[in-house]
Design a protein around this ligand. Structure first.
Ligand code: ZN
Length: 381
């Protein structure tokens, strides 16, 4: 990471559509962006539409392994989880490094320049977490490693069972001590994760409140928190999350796969939450599909159209997701990290002017032709 250079984009999104844009990068950050420029000698030309890099806010690299094998056979989330647990403790450090490199490479080729890895495979302490950091470093993607504190099997405090035991550090102090050994670095940020699959009824029975109310009671709600999925929330939860500016990460391709319902995303955003997106199980890695899915799933759930404008979906997939992961990237302007992606002008976009509606609803990961992370070219097709 942290390269320097000059790129010349035929068309770029600078908050508006601009042409002939010179992007100057120094030491990994954007130094200047000049629209309507002439192309100086020696620049790298970007043919097509250049946009900021995408943020994939919620991922579990290892679940990519389940791709195509859990799509048939029926049953529900709990059956899916059984199959996921079967592969959760089957990795050694070298295997996991190699596997994660393949997953992160696929993300880069889809235009994702930063990934939030929600990590709970602790069978070798930090071994598999370090493998994720190493894999990210080797392929050149930014990573925010969100290490999960995973201590109980349910809200009633029952112990973890089977493979779940390998997720746990035993107690919160041991988790904190292990976390302290993981360090931020170039292209690397470390964050904390709390794991729960919304067992709302169980929470009501044990704690007398919803999971969201419990988080409020414990003082955890705030703009630094990202709530993943946020599907099973009531009106009170929506206003608590919104009022506290909690980010909401929708993972539409995974939520569809698991048979999850459609969350009240429009209401959450109206209440003040910031939307972002993630590939979660990595059954699909396509930030365009993830973002438009937020809108399209709600259309079917509500019978209404255009709950989110294309620009809102674009922000969710770029600048707002980057903020949730702790990176000042996701917009092409001076001072920001130099992450940008080019959508090639293959048919059918050949004749088009850059337009966010077309970009978010009609393009896919396969249209990405060039990716720069921190001023270094990592994908060039
Ligand atoms: Zn997840």
């Amino acid at each position: 990471m942290n390269g320097s250079g000059r790129w010349f984009a035929e068309q770029a999104w600078l908050g508006y559509r601009a042409e002939d844009v010179l992007i100057e990068v120094e030491d990994g950050r954007i130094k200047a962006v000049t629209a309507g420029s002439a192309a100086p000698a020696g620049v790298v030309r970007l043919t097509g539409w250049t946009i900021p890099g995408f943020a994939n806010v919620h991922s579990h690299a290892f679940q990519h392994h389940l791709r195509g094998t859990v799509e048939s056979g029926g049953a529900d989330f709990w059956e899916w989880r059984k199959q996921m647990y079967r592969i959760a403790d089957s990795w050694d450090v070298a295997d996991y490094l190699k596997f994660a490199m393949g997953v992160f490479r696929e993300m880069l080729e889809a235009g994702i320049t930063a990934v939030g890895e929600f990590h709970y495979l602790h069978v070798y302490g930090n071994g598999l977490g370090e493998a994720l950091l190493g894999a990210a470093r080797q392929v050149g993607i930014r990573i925010t490693l969100l290490d999960a504190c995973y201590l109980r099997g349910g809200m009633d405090g029952r112990p973890l069972e089977g493979v779940q035991q390998t997720f746990s550090d035993g107690d919160a102090d041991k988790w904190t001590a292990r976390m302290a050994e993981l360090k931020d670095g170039e292209g690397v940020r470390i964050g904390a994760a709390i794991h729960r699959r919304a067992e709302v009824e169980e929470c009501l029975a044990v704690e007398g409140c919803t999971p969201t109310q419990l988080l409020e009671r414990e003082g955890i709600l705030g703009p630094d928190l990202t709530a993943v999925h946020a599907i099973h929330v009531n009106d009170n939860d929506v206003s608590l999350l919104g009022r506290n500016r909690v980010s909401i990460c929708a993972c539409t391709t995974t939520e569809r796969d698991l048979g999850d319902r459609v969350g009240p995303i429009r209401s959450l955003v109206d209440a003040g939450s910031v939307l972002c997106v993630g590939s979660d199980s990595n059954a699909v890695i396509d930030p365009f599909e993830e973002a438009r899915g937020v809108e399209l799933d709600q259309r079917r759930a509500t019978g209404r159209r255009v709950l989110h404008q294309a620009e809102e979906l674009f922000r969710a997939a770029t600048v707002d997701g980057m903020r949730a992961l702790g990176w000042d990237a996701g917009a092409l302007r001076p001072g920001m990290l130099a992450d940008f992606v080019t959508i090639g002008q293959r048919p059918p976009v050949l004749w088009r002017q850059l337009d966010l509606g077309y970009l978010m609803f009609c393009c896919s990961a396969r249209d990405v032709t060039n990716v720069v992370v921190g001023g270094k070219t990592v994908v060039s097709k």
